[in-house]
Design a protein around this ligand. Sequence first.
Ligand code: SF4
Length: 296
Amino acid sequence: MALHRPSDEFPRHLEELYARFPFDRSYDDDPISSVRPLAVDRRRAEVAGVFASTLAIGNTTAIRGAIGRLAGIVDGDVARLVDPRWSGERTRRLRGFRHRWIRGDQLDHLAGVLARFYRAEPTLETAFLRGMDDGGGFAGGLDALARVLRGEGLGPGAARPPRGYGALFPSPLAPAHSPAKRLTLFVRWMVRRRYPDLGLWTGVPTGELRVPLDQHVHWIAYHLGLTARRSRSWAAVEEVSEALRRIDPLDPVRYDFVLCHTGISGDCPKERDLAVCGPCSVRPDCRLWRGARGAA
Ligand code: SF4
């Protein structure tokens, strides 16, 4: 198939999609709506964000349900997860928790890892920035974050991770070049100040953010010609992010919520359907319509 590129008018079409998007409708369906009530201060926001993004597998209803069950386990206060005085109760209450392939013993271990981290450092942002500043850029920041959450370098006395734990936190720098969607989403929540994100990290420029490339964002990005890669990878993340950065250099990831929920909501049928595609602002750029009569 020939290389697909969006039209020259794509920036205007994307802005139109963004401007018309019903954020409030999709907010309730997004995991951030379950995170925000728990994020009453910086520490709680990080803890809620780490756990919620770790659980961000599957459809949004199931994800919000899993975050809600976790919030119930801690009686609504996520700071308990990283409170060493509560570790025994935490282990007991998380026993039997399950969301897709993520188990309660893995979440319990994550809580222990975070509790140890917070004894030495006040925020995960410092770890992220160290990785970024070490020459690895944004991917280096994610790699550093993944290492922290995997519990690397915790020193003697650290508990052994349960089965499958390390795989929960892939790094884009590892040989598989994972798109690291969940960690990238966590960083978006922490960094962006504009709705609907939390904006608590001030050291990471929003222009440096990368798009959390889930299946919905990847589908539409591919069909708009923002990447020619058919599978999700870190290289695809970089291509899509760069394409969006050319449109908004200071906040390229602001389009993520819109692109993602255009797919989740059913606004985009992912096939040619004039009844649904008719009002779509990016129809002239869409691979399914480009060149078709009536695309503009
Ligand atoms: S034109 Fe239709 S298929 Fe293409 S992005 Fe828009 S809604 Fe989706």
